[in-house]
Each structure stands twice: as C-alpha cells, then as structure tokens.
Design a protein. Structure first.
Length: 107
C-alpha cells in the first residue's frame, strides 16, 4: 500500500464547509488529512487527491488493495456519517469507507 500525504483541504472546500457549518468547523478541517490517512490505513486503501465537490463534506479519491477506485468521504456532522455508513442494498461486495471522527472519538 502506497502512503500518501494529502496536505490541507483546499481553500474553496474550507470556505464551503465554514459557510455550511459555521466557523466552529475550522478545527475539524485541520484534522481532515489525518482522519483520511487513518481511514486509508485502517481499510488498506491508497489515497489519491482531494475531490473538490459537495458543500457538507470533504471527499478524497482512493483505491482498494486490488485497484478498484472509490471515494473516501468525511463529514464534520456525525449524523451524516451514521446515515452514510448504512450498507448499500444489492452491493455487499462494494466497500463503503467513510469517517467523520477518529475511532477513539466514536461512541
């Protein structure tokens, strides 16, 4: 597995999330690169780059150990995280990797 460092979330994405959640999201945005790297390590994914889309989350392109592409998505709002992690109907073989908080902060 190739290790990649993402760096800071883009200014445009930061602006959108601060507009959506308010200035309190800034600390979480600082933690996003580490959250994504931990998720990639946990699920044995390779990270690509930030995919600058959406108004309520940070999205990163990634790939599975066997090369299948996927998107890794992180939300500052834990409610969105819980709803997104429900299994997809009819696709039990497709990984759904999402994280909003480090495992130590989860209930």
């Amino acid at each position: 597995m190739e290790k990649r460092t993402l760096g800071e979330v883009s200014e445009e994405c930061q602006r959108r999330l601060v507009t959506h959640y308010g200035p309190g999201v800034s600390g979480w945005l600082d933690a996003v690169p580490t959250l994504m790297e931990r998720a990639a390590e946990r699920w044995k994914l390779t990270l690509g780059a930030y995919h600058d889309a959406g108004h309520a989350s940070v999205v990163v392109t990634a790939g599975t150990f066997d090369g299948r592409p996927l998107l890794l998505k992180a939300w500052a709002d834990p409610t969105r995280f819980r709803n997104a992690c429900r299994p997809s109907a009819g696709s039990p073989d497709r990984p759904r990797a999402s994280t909003s908080r480090p495992p130590s902060a989860r209930p």
